[in-house]
Design a protein around this ligand. Structure first.
Ligand code: ARG
Length: 585
């Protein structure tokens, strides 16, 4: 979108210097300092290529750029060219495009490439804990952003549905003589499993036979024993259903639910391949791959001494399968930074195997989330309420309830169904945005009051900005009726230009999200757009003639077109982050 402004400049400079336009396009962009104009061009690289002094070149280029577009002002500040556009010109170039295709700033052309996004991927048979919001929210936002940026996206939930926790649960189930009917009678099946797990773990403290029984169940599962697999299936189905309630609430779906259990057999093929490549070494009965050449002190474990498969092996197998199935060009693993070593190791094994995709595997790591503990007045890793641990669903429900209280107070006349929908959108938006606005690699904190604060840099703040714009559009329709084509020349204020530029910058933010696998780039660009819009709209508080719904019909028409463009961009940007944007709040 910014290219609509920069392209004439790029053409003029490349013609003048006789150089290629492509590198120029990369160099010209939003300035790092707010007072350095609308676009800046650092001249170092150009000067180097032309064997010239950068500051000299910058001042030589001033008149060239000035002649490229009418009314623009160009200053050379040392080796930088700072370019400022007249507001009308920006509107002329951007407004028409925005009216025709309001989501254009948040789209990139088809990339003809496929990305697999492995995200959420919880260990089931337990509740999703609060920290699962990170992989789930970041992964979903990345999937949406890649899609908008023109990629084909495959959303994968690599369920942790295999392993020792299941064996132990089965041992408890058998000891207590439980049946399907007991499970069906339970109000919360996952809590039912949890209780079994707690009891059997307690019993196992001074009874070694518990551990033996658990191992025996795991062995029977690995050996496809029908009774064991039937019980495994019962546990898997019931706990997966609970996880799916959360995904439904968040409006997230997956294309592929193949989890660790699905790949338990595929390990053999991986082992075979490593063996024939001569990469496998025996180590105390287990099979390992040495990774010294990659700078690892320890080898990667591939096969347990009892023949059981391992996490890394299942990941290698799943990756190969995904490559065959989807032919991905890139694969993201949205998993906490605590698992960095695991990913480094098996990525290195894939590289040693010479897999063509080894270089395209990305561990999209993130830091921990802490929650404010009101009773103890401190930040804690586990969320609790009155001493009881809070699961992800509890946190989402509480956020929705708190949002509901605000809706009831601010908007008592909304119909009941709409109140519920708005509260849900705002509560979930608060939790998601609190996460997404931060660089994913850092640790983050969550406190209901902060996440829901309408005045802060929050999801609800953006949702409110969106709803406010919707309301201006409704009032415009009441006052002026249908809209006609706007005259961009009437958007002649600096504040209006700032809004247009903030919309245009969303496109670069979107490509930054994809380049760095970090949704915070978009989240912050949306905050900047909302801030620019708010500065523009508050002009009307002091000066009636600056209002969108001013007396001059033509001007109101142009301004409401800008309002609609911001509303569409905010709505679409929030959607890409997995957040709904209600029309009234
Ligand atoms: N289930 C794992 C856990 O909860 C995360 C799986 C991440 N994805 C993967 N392909 N390893 O720790």
């Amino acid at each position: 979108m910014l290219a609509l402004l920069s392209e004439p400049i790029v053409t003029a400079i490349s013609a003048h210097l006789g150089c290629d336009a492509t590198p120029l396009r990369r160099l010209i962009g939003p300035p790092t300092r707010a007072d350095a104009g609308d676009l800046a061009l650092p001249c170092f690289q150009l000067a180097k290529a032309a064997k010239r002094n950068p500051a000299q070149l910058a001042s030589d280029l001033m008149p060239v750029v000035e002649a490229a577009l009418p009314g623009i002002s160009v200053v050379a500040v040392g080796p930088f060219l700072n370019i400022t556009f007249p507001p009308g010109l920006v509107a002329e170039r951007l407004l028409g495009v925005l009216c025709n295709d309001p989501v254009a700033p948040l789209r990139c052309p088809d990339q003809q490439r496929t990305v697999c996004v492995d995200f959420s991927s919880p260990n089931i048979a337990k509740h999703l804990a609060f920290h699962h919001i990170r992989s789930t929210g970041i992964g979903n936002a990345l999937a949406q952003c890649y899609e908008a940026a023109g990629w084909r996206v495959v959303r994968i939930n690599f369920l942790g549905d295999w392993g020792t926790a299941f064996g132990r649960l089965m041992a408890g189930w058998q000891r207590e003589g439980l049946s399907r009917a007991d499970l069906e009678a339970a109000a919360d099946p996952v809590a039912f499993f949890n209780d079994i797990y707690v009891r059997i773990s307690r019993a196992g403290k001074d009874d070694p036979s518990v551990a033996e029984e658990a191992r025996e169940w795991s062995r029977r599962c690995e050996a496809d024993d029908p009774e064991a697999l039937e019980l495994w299936q019962i546990i898997r189905d019931a706990s997966l259903a609970a996880a799916k309630e959360i995904y439904a609430l968040l409006n997230i779906d997956f294309d592929d639910w193949r989890g660790e259990a699905h790949y338990r057999k595929h390990g053999a093929a991986v082992v075979g391949e490593l063996e024939s490549a001569g990469l496998l070494r025996e180590d105390q009965g287990a099979k390992v791959v040495d990774l010294e050449e990659f700078g690892f002190k320890k080898p990667c474990l591939i096969l347990r001494s009892d023949g059981g498969s391992l996490y890394a092996t299942r990941d290698l197998a799943a990756c190969e399968d995904r490559h065959q199935r989807y032919g991905f060009d890139r694969a993201l693993y949205v998993v906490d930074l605590g698992q960095s070593l695991h990913f480094k190791e098996w990525f290195a094994v894939a590289a040693r195997l010479g897999k063509p995709y080894a270089g395209e595997l990305r561990h999209v790591g993130f830091g921990v989330i802490q929650m404010w503990n009101e009773e103890e007045q401190r930040w804690a890793k586990t969320a609790t309420r009155n001493g009881v641990p809070m699961m992800l669903m509890d946190v989402l429900r509480e956020a929705i309830d708190r949002a509901r209280a605000v809706v009831d107070e601010k908007n008592p006349d909304l119909p009941e169904a709409e109140k519920a929908a708005v509260a849900e959108a705002v509560g979930l938006g608060a939790v998601l945005f609190n996460d997404l606005r931060n660089n994913r690699k850092g640790d983050i904190r969550f406190r209901f009051e902060d996440a829901l604060n309408m005045q802060g840099d929050t999801g609800p703040y953006l949702q409110y900005a969106h709803a406010r714009l919707c309301s201006i559009e409704r009032r415009f329709a009441e006052a002026f009726g249908d809209r006609a084509a706007p005259d961009p020349a009437l958007l002649d204020r600096d504040e209006e230009k700032a809004v247009l530029l903030a919309i245009a910058r969303l496109q670069r933010a979107l490509s930054d999200v994809v380049a760095h696998d970090d949704p915070s780039q978009l989240a912050n660009a949306l905050l900047a757009l909302a801030a620019a819009t708010s500065s523009w709209l508050t002009l009307g508080n002091r000066d009636r003639s600056a209002r969108v719904l001013c007396e001059q019909r033509e001007r109101a028409m142009a301004r409401v077109a800008l309002v609609a463009a911001v509303r569409a961009a905010l709505g679409e940007g929030l959607r890409l982050l997995g957040i709904r944007a209600p029309e009234r709040m």
